[in-house]
Ligand binder design. Structure first.
Ligand code: HAM
Length: 443
């Protein structure tokens, strides 16, 4: 990942680096990203989710309504601007509200429920950048729409846990229920009574939160509020019968599936749309400051977007945080063929050979810088190719090719009568693959 690097300014001193809080993902890091994304696509597919690709901007109302006017995201962190017609647009700070908007707009319930969707892409929040916190970051997420059953919550949590586990990332799952419209008001009352007595100790933001949306006080990260929050009443004692049963059923399913978790009575999350289940996968060292993934149930959001009442549950993983947690993969190994050509005619033949070999799905490249034979071989090595095919004037005249294995350093001659060079290479590679498979079946 590259955020800093060398500063570039134009003649009038304008800063031409990537904007603050954004990053360029360069190779080979981008290749690690690709592997994580491929794994996610496969896993989500296996769990029956299908991809939805959303616009990166929505009318501001989608987020204001969906996430809640009192949330930090809506109040302080959105990249909002007017279009030429004077309508307010916002770069998406998250994707769940957009999924709900699309669900209603395209009447996705009509084809039958549940609707299981996943997405991946950039999100934008105007936060103070630091390690693991960016202004443009990427989320991978799933949303299961149309089921209020606890098994939907458990499936979503299990999927997130499987994803992190398959990347070899250790995490701690914390779980809670924020109740629903029938029991949350009683909890909010109890919290208000408690906080009123200690309002002086809270940060100015929290004193405002007490008036606007009191639950938000519980996810304040200011040190001065931590002690007050730690003594606040937990949600557990205030849940109604239905919410308590729901939570119990989710916990039972997770336990049966061997997913470890702990209850965190004051976990409420920073978005207003949640009802009942909320959860976070936290870094075992950093804790809640830098959640790797998070989600929960949101049974009223689709209705807020103008649709019917559609219960739903989902999660999002922060890709940068997952990458920082350092998923390791077995080294990729050498792959493909580099065509080393000397002389005008040989270069032309190599150009055409590359086209055919690529059409066969082989990773293949050749020189575009008029380099010497030695420099071309060096480049093949630097780019991680397994084989070099050498095509010089002598090879053209004699109708053969020279193949060099860059891993073993061995060299051999491939006959290519009648100019059938591509066939000669493919034949040799096939034989090589059979031998390799016999030595290590399944490779
Ligand atoms: P969230 O907790 O706001 O939830 O974000 C989910 C994840 O995105 C976080 O756990 C974190 O890994 C990552 N993340 C958030 N902000 C940043 C940032 N500034 N820089 C880097 N990573 C960040 C949601 O967005 C909900 N839509 C999750 C959800 C889906 N709930 C139901 N369905």
């Amino acid at each position: 990942m590259s955020g800093k690097g060398q500063g570039r300014r134009d003649q009038v001193g304008v800063d031409l680096r990537a904007p603050k809080g954004t990053q360029d993902i360069l190779p080979p890091e981008s290749e690690r990203w690709r592997r994580v994304l491929d794994l996610a696509h496969r896993l989500f597919h296996v769990y029956g989710y299908r991809e939805i690709i959303l616009p990166v901007m929505e009318y501001t109302e989608v987020f204001a309504r969906g996430l809640g006017e009192g949330t930090d995201i809506v109040r302080k962190e959105m990249f909002t601007f007017l279009d030429k017609g004077g309508r307010s647009l916002t770069l998406r700070p998250e994707a769940t509200a957009g999924v709900a908007r699309a669900f209603v707009q395209h009447r996705l319930d009509k084809a039958g429920m549940p609707v299981k969707l996943y997405y991946c892409g950039p999100m934008f929040r105007h936060e103070r950048p630091q390690k693991g916190r960016y202004r443009q970051f990427h989320q991978l997420g799933v949303e299961l729409m149309g089921s209020s059953h606890p098994s939907a919550d458990a499936e979503v949590i299990l999927l997130c846990s499987e994803f992190l586990r398959s990347l070899g990332i250790a995490s701690r799952l914390v779980l809670n229920s924020v109740g629903d419209a029938s029991c949350r008001p009683a909890y909010e009352e109890a919290l208000r009574a408690y906080l009123h007595g200690r309002a002086e100790e809270l940060c100015p933001d929290c004193r405002r939160r007490m008036e606007v949306n009191i639950l938000r006080v519980l996810d304040c990260k200011e040190r001065q509020c931590a002690g007050v929050i730690a003594g606040a009443p937990g949600l557990g004692d205030y849940l109604c019968e239905a919410c308590r049963h729901h939570l119990q059923a989710v916990e039972e399913l997770l336990g049966a599936a061997g997913v470890e978790f702990s209850r965190e009575e004051r976990l409420v999350r920073g978005l207003d749309y949640y009802t009942r289940t909320v959860f976070e996968f936290q870094d075992p060292v950093l804790g809640g400051q830098n959640a790797l993934a998070a989600g929960g149930r949101y049974d009223r959001l689709v209705e807020e977007m103008g649709g019917e009442s559609v219960p739903a549950v989902g999660f999002s993983v922060g890709l940068e945080r997952v990458m920082n947690a350092g998923p390791s993969f077995p080294p990729g190994g050498r792959e493909g063929i580099y065509l080393v050509a000397m002389g005008k005619e040989a270069r032309k033949q190599a150009f055409l050979m590359a086209r055919h070999l690529r059409a066969e799905g082989l990773r293949c490249d050749l020189d575009h810088l008029d380099r010497s034979l030695k420099a071309q071989m060096k480049e093949a090595d630097r780019q991680g190719y397994r084989f070099c095919i050498i095509l010089g004037e002598e090879e053209l005249r004699g109708e053969y090719l020279t193949l060099r294995d860059l891993e073993t350093g061995t060299q051999e001659r491939l006959e290519a009568e009648g100019g059938r060079r591509v066939e000669a290479v493919l034949r040799r590679l096939e034989a090589w693959m059979v031998t390799r498979w016999k030595q290590t079946p399944g490779s």
